[in-house]
Design a protein around this ligand. Structure first.
Ligand code: SF4
Length: 335
């Protein structure tokens, strides 16, 4: 039985190597609900989490929505079913709360593509530029930034900066070049990419489109420019979901992580959603980092209250400033 776990197994859990036997008769959904009540805990889940986790979450959203929820919740424990930088953001915004991440190894290729020590040197080359960073970055990068943005609010955030103020955009070069086109701003871009959005195959999407001529292609702006050029609609994960609810097409080719299909299908049971294929035979349009979290790990981390996200106060305060700026601008524009 799970409550008899020894210290050694707890350490395995802490490191994300869960080979712990869970009683197969345990109703994990009911157990998670019980733990939420007993511990005054809230479960926040990103759209890219597996369907079971989305179904047990108190709030499902993209980076902006999740950070706003993390800032305003009065729960004692935030269980963040997402990746490390997201749980870090929750800790930055709610330092007095315990923030748990079901698997500490749930990282992000995009966040990892911008090591703070290299980015600091890069920034020093452009002393008159301000830094706008996409929220998919580490606390170290946030601390070196002036304003954080998400894919939902990035355009408005860039437009809120005076036209004569030069900008560095980090860490996603695809999102950066998409935004440079949208806003007409000539931004200096950090050369980072998301391994999931980088891998979609233009050729396979085009072939899919021939087989489904009425399907609309909807894509996340982290995708490469060539894929975005053939998209009928480009938007954040929430933006894509909302588009499918107001648009009248019956079929969509969805060019982003497949986790969002669960909410799209729930919201539009009469419509068909086809995941866009990657440029190889594996399921690379599943984010391997996001998918490290499982319902079992979620249950265990709530039961044992670890792995916990902790942070030096100096770093937290420095990383919080540009997030606060983002939340202020978002509130100003009603984003
Ligand atoms: S989908 Fe891309 S940006 Fe999002 S967590 Fe996975 S690797 Fe990072």
């Amino acid at each position: 039985m799970i409550r008899e776990l020894g210290e050694a197994k707890k350490n395995l859990q802490r490191n994300g190597f869960l080979d712990v036997d869970i009683d197969v008769n345990l109703d994990l959904f009911a157990e998670i609900e019980r733990l939420k009540k007993e511990k005054n805990a809230i479960v926040l889940a990103h759209y890219y989490q597996e369907p079971d986790i989305q179904d047990v979450a108190d709030y499902i959203g993209d980076s902006l929505g999740l950070s706003q929820q993390a800032a305003k919740t009065d729960a004692d424990i935030i269980v963040f079913a997402g990746v490390h930088f997201m749980a870090e953001t929750a800790k930055i915004l709610s330092p007095q709360k315990k923030v748990l991440l079901p698997d500490l190894k749930a990282g992000c290729s995009l966040a990892d593509s911008a090591p703070p020590e290299l980015f600091k040197k890069f920034r020093e080359k452009y002393p008159d530029h301000i830094v706008i960073s996409y929220i998919n970055c580490s606390a170290g990068i946030k601390a070196l930034s002036d304003i954080i943005c998400t894919s939902s609010n990035a355009q408005k955030i860039i437009e809120s900066v005076p036209a004569d103020q030069p900008i560095i955009f980090a860490p996603d070069r695809n999102l950066g070049s998409y935004l440079a086109k949208k806003t007409g701003r000539d931004m200096v871009l950090w050369n980072g990419v998301c391994m999931v959005h980088e891998i979609f195959s233009l050729e396979k999407i085009t072939r899919l489109k021939v087989r489904h001529p009425k399907a609309k292609v909807i894509a996340h702006p982290e995708c490469e420019a060539a894929v975005l050029e053939i998209a009928d609609f480009i938007g954040s994960t929430t933006g894509l979901l909302k588009f499918t609810q107001r648009d009248d097409a019956r079929e969509y080719i969805v060019v982003t992580e497949t986790g969002i299909l669960h909410q799209m299908e729930k919201a539009n049971p009469q419509k068909t959603f086809i995941p866009a294929p990657p440029n190889n035979a594996c399921a690379c349009n599943d984010c391997p980092h996001m998918k490290l979290n499982t319902l079992e790990k979620l249950y265990l981390c709530m039961e044992y209250e670890e792995p916990e996200i902790t942070m030096e106060e100096e770093l937290r305060l420095a990383a919080k400033k540009p997030i606060d700026r983002m939340l202020e601008i978002s509130a100003q524009y009603g984003l």
